[in-house]
Design a binder for this molecule. Structure first.
Ligand SMILES: Nc1ncnc2c1ncn2[C@@H]1O[C@H](COP(=O)(O)OP(=O)(O)OP(=O)(O)O)[C@@H](O)[C@H]1O
Ligand SMILES: [Mg+2]
Length: 482
């Protein structure tokens, strides 16, 4: 085993040679700067620099720590996400994790691993660095000295120093942007219940615009509207409007209003905040709840017609206008809060009875789009059949489409029938029987109401006869007086 002295002396002579070499390199660098093409110079000196440590190379390293004091360093997070997408086969150690709520695995590179990225012809070397730190402290409870190990993580980004400007002003912002897109793609849409005991669950609703049976023209109109809304950040800023959009969904139960909200959330990757107004007690409560919602979200108030009694409701027994919560007041209140702090917000109201709504809500400009969710149409049925049975055509389609035009059947009812069997023949035959039964019921109701009408008329006729008789008598006596 070499003695400490020999190790030290070897190191000293190595250090001395290194110093000499550095001087030589810098001399050679000056000499060759005019003689050798720049690209070759860079290659040569960076190789040489690599041998002697980064001090002499033309490389610089940006250190991105995981934490910035107590807060998370967003650049670190963004880099981590970005790096997970450019992992090369040469990386030997990967770390894989998955949070209970996430749907995808998260893959990061292991300690000491390097990834080379190329941006606009610039080579960039990413390295994941982790330093373990031991901290000793005195534990008063056990009266013992203990040590605690903590990990300090950082990501190092090295590149040629002449690209410093481009890396800082273009490459890193691109990394951040790309990470945002990846984050959005992997985002799990959440459903928060506001006004109820606090719940926060993943929106596991499979509804998408593809699976939704609704008028194709209306569907396209809505999707275009949502796309336009997302693109208009600058527009909303310029005209000084809050970046928000309001939709009123109306139609009978089971026509897909709630499914449409889920489809919108899945399409936009926006979280849903379901606001339960009946549990609210004051404006202060409401303010607190709204303030807890995040941007890029959909605020939902379902069955708004049932909350209409709010119009005259007063809170806490006080007769103060401030404590009164009316529907239009509520909307102004939410608008106000959003104007000051919200971005990319969507508000959706649903109702089964549009005719019962506060006119303030229906006023033009209040809700940006009124969307009618109707009973099932033939085209809606085809979407459901393709979704539930994976079929695009069947010999029973024509009969079903004819029946659907004649009766009022909700997509929920059709879906329920289609779910009864995986065999299209059985499921569709069941649907035909169900629709025929509905048609019969409709016919018998119609004939019943016809009979009632006739009865009503026949009941009225003796009275009508009497009225007519007395009118005639009056007229006659009037004439005789003349
Ligand atoms: N338009 C539709 N397209 C596809 N499936 C639908 C549609 N409408 C209803 N369904 C099916 O019926 C179920 C119930 O529908 P949903 O809850 O969306 O109706 P709703 O209009 O919100 O009813 P309510 O007025 O009672 O709240 C959905 O989970 C879905 O399976
Ligand atoms: Mg609903």
């Amino acid at each position: 085993m070499p003695s400490t002295t020999s190790v030290l002396s070897t190191y000293t002579s190595f250090a001395a040679s290194a110093m000499l070499l550095r001087t030589v390199i810098s001399e050679v660098q000056t000499m060759t700067s005019q003689l050798i093409p720049q690209q070759l110079q860079e290659k040569f000196f960076s190789k040489l620099g690599g041998l002697l440590g980064n001090n002499f190379s033309s490389q610089i390293t940006i250190i991105i720590d995981e934490r910035n004091g107590f807060s998370i360093n967003e650049i670190y997070q963004a880099s981590e996400i970005y790096l997970s997408t450019i992992i090369t086969p040469s990386v030997k150690h990967l770390k894989v994790s998955k949070a209970p709520r996430e749907k995808n695995l998260s893959i990061t590179i292991g300690k000491g691993e390097k990834i080379i990225d190329v941006f606009e012809g610039i080579s960039l070397i990413w390295e994941f660095v982790s330093i373990e730190k031991q901290k000793s402290y005195y534990d008063y409870e056990s009266s013992l000295h203990s040590t605690e190990t903590s990990e300090q993580r950082s990501i190092h980004l090295s590149f040629h120093k002449k690209y410093r400007e481009i890396v800082l002003s273009t490459y890193l912002p691109c990394v951040v942007e790309r990470s945002k897109v990846i984050k959005e793609e992997n985002k799990v849409v959440k459903l928060h219940s506001l006004g109820n005991s606090y719940q926060d669950v993943n929106l596991d609703h499979p509804s998408t615009f593809d699976t939704l049976a609704m008028d194709p023209k209306l569907k396209k109109e809505l999707m275009d509207d949502l796309d336009r809304f997302l693109k208009r950040r600058v527009f909303y800023r310029r005209v000084g409007k809050a970046w928000k959009r309001g939709y009123l969904l109306y139609g009978p139960p089971g026509t897909g209003k709630s499914s449409l909200i889920a489809a919108m959330a899945n399409y936009l990757k926006f979280d849903i905040y379901d606001l339960e107004l009946s549990n609210l007690h004051s404006n202060t409560d409401l303010r607190g709840l709204i303030a807890s919602t995040s941007n890029r979200s959909i605020l939902v108030i379902e069955d708004i017609d049932c909350t209409i009694e709010l119009q005259d409701r007063q809170y806490g027994g006080y007769n103060q206008t401030d404590n009164q919560l009316t529907l239009s007041g509520l909307l102004n209140f939410i608008d106000g809060l959003w104007t000051s702090c919200g971005d990319e917000r969507i508000i959706v109201f649903t109702t089964n009875h549009k005719d019962r709504l506060d006119p303030a809500l229906l006023r033009p400009g209040r809700m940006d789009m009124h969307i009618h969710m109707s009973y099932c149409t033939p085209s809606g049925f085809k979407i459901l059949a393709s979704n539930y049975l994976r079929i695009e055509s069947h010999c029973l389609f024509t009969e079903i489409e004819g029946l659907i035009k004649e009766v009022e059947v909700t997509p929920a009812e059709v879906a329920e029938e289609l779910m009864k069997s995986e065999d299209p023949d059985i499921a569709l035959a069941g649907l035909v029987a169900f629709l025929q039964q509905k048609k019969q019921m409709k016919c018998s109701e119609e004939s019943k109401s016809e009979v009632e009408k006739v009865n009503e008329q026949s009941k009225q006729s003796p009275r009508k006869k009497k009225v007519k008789e007395s009118k005639r008598k009056k007229a006659r006596s009037g004439k005789s007086r003349q």
